[in-house]
Design a binder for this molecule. Structure first.
Ligand code: UD1
Length: 425
């Protein structure tokens, strides 16, 4: 529980360094039960979600310790146990990705079924169907998913064609199959997110044989054993996108170091259309924002489409862009918990059938608002920077799940954020 108190409007200026990617670190850590020996990971962000995954690994018998600011050591001595405590799993959906690797390594495992969450219903049926295709028996009872690994791996090819693109299911099934010698897995309609390529590179560094990550068709040739390696995790494109939007929304000038333009194509296209000035070089992206922006139509889609994890932030920015903007959410159709809060700050946004219609207003005004999830918290922070007067964002703790040193980084850009560890009454 906690709140941010901010006074706006603020124009962001300066330089900010992006951290390692949460959504790459989590599936990499979830694969550890399958990887024998010592793994050394660099550029691991110190975030709530990463701490949760570390606790899960420790609870099943993996030794995990920090070896410096962002270097993590994981030692799997092959003595994992198969029960992951519910209290840890319920905190974070990505923990479900441990089920396949853990089951394969110990024979039988149980992981609590993730529930719904603030951004909508998030089922795991593709994960379960994929594990069954790999020969696992899976059952669900009392809210827990129980899996048993196949006694022996049938030689030959298995094809998994996902009915729709899922990042987590692609990662889960590809990781599990990597440790199944004799089997060749073909994944069709795979998610193409850069974090999947990062996972592939890491697993291949451990001895896996995976090709095709970054495209919609992946091939995994199972191997006998994966051995720990040393790997540096990619930079966080969503964190980078958030700072770029914050800079543009406040008409500021910010150098976002480690932002990768190849990974942010959909956002940069939107910027170009709207009239946000930016330059890219090998160190990152610098926004030198324009004065007046054009309204825009955006479709949120799986990568390389506009990311759902930047939808709340761009909505905050569009709320003061003169004219009508449209944002259609195709990934999590009910991910609009931030809209009523933005409207409390004076925005004029109406959601109909997963389309947000934004009528640009002259200005936002500060108000008490509540963050409903991680990216909603980032959106409200951006809105608070744009708004006139005091904004108090309660339940700000969501932001610590995904933004490393967020207070320090925004302070470095000239923002006076006061953090109240408990909600302001
Ligand atoms: C990952 C990201 C999250 C991001 C999301 C979409 C991590 C740790 N999290 O979440 O930040 O917002 O991708 O880019 O990487 N679906 C099903 N059945 C399934 C699985 C998914 O119907 O078994 C649906 C979901 O409800 C959703 C869509 O598929 O509508 C995409 O979800 P998915 O790509 O799986 O998201 P996550 O992997 O959970």
């Amino acid at each position: 529980m906690g709140s941010f108190v901010l006074y706006g409007p603020v124009t962001l200026r300066g330089k900010v360094e992006i951290s390692g990617a949460k959504n790459a670190a989590l599936p990499i850590l979830a694969s550890i039960p399958l990887i024998k020996g010592t793994t050394v990971l660099h550029n691991v962000p110190r975030l709530e979600d990463v701490h949760t995954m570390i606790q899960i690994l420790r609870s099943i018998g993996v030794k995990v310790e920090w070896k410096g600011e962002n270097t993590l050591l994981a030692i799997n001595e092959g003595r994992c146990t198969g029960d992951v405590p519910y209290e840890l799993v319920r905190k974070m959906r990505a923990s479900f990705n441990i089920l396949g690797p853990l089951t394969l390594s110990v024979g039988k495992a149980s992981v609590a079924q993730p529930g719904g969450c603030a951004i909508g219903l998030r089922p795991v049926n593709f994960h379960i169907d994929g594990l069954e295709k790999l020969g696992f028996s899976v059952s669900i009872s009392h809210g827990t998913v129980h899996a048993t690994a196949p006694g022996h791996v049938d030689e030959g090819e298995v094809v998994v064609s996902f009915p729709r693109v899922s990042v987590g299911a692609t990662e889960h099934i590809m990781t599990t199959a990597a440790g199944m010698k004799g089997l060749t897995l073909q994944i069709n309609n795979a998610a193409q997110e850069p974090e999947i390529e990062d996972l592939q590179n890491f697993l291949n560094g451990c001895g896996a044989r995976i090709t095709g990550a970054g495209t919609s068709s992946l091939t995994v040739e199972g191997v006998e054993e994966l051995q720990g390696c040393e790997y540096t995790i990619m930079y966080d494109r969503i964190e980078a996108g958030t700072y770029l939007i914050a800079a543009a929304a406040t008409h500021g000038e910010v150098e976002v170091v480690n932002a990768c333009s190849n990974h942010l194509g959909a956002l940069l296209e939107v910027f170009e259309y709207m009239g946000v000035n930016f330059t890219c070089n090998e160190n990152g992206i610098t926004v030198k924002a324009g004065d007046v922006y054009k309204p825009v139509k955006i479709e949120v889609n799986p990568y390389p489409g506009f990311p759902t994890d930047l939808q709340p932030q761009i909505l905050a920015m569009l709320s003061t862009v003169k004219g009508v903007s449209l944002v259609k959410e195709n990934v999590f159709k009910s991910r609009f918990g931030h809209v009523p809060e933005l409207n409390r700050m004076g925005a004029s946004i109406v959601v109909e059938d997963s389309v947000a219609v934004v009528e640009g207003v002259e200005e936002l005004t500060g108000a008490p608002v509540e963050a409903t999830d991680l990216r909603a918290a980032a959106a409200l922070l951006i809105a608070a920077l744009m708004a006139k007067g005091e904004t108090i964002i309660s339940h700000i703790e969501h932001i610590f799940r995904g933004y490393e040193k967020v207070i320090e980084k925004f302070r470095g850009l000239g923002v006076n954020i006061v953090y109240e560890p408990r909600d302001v009454e």
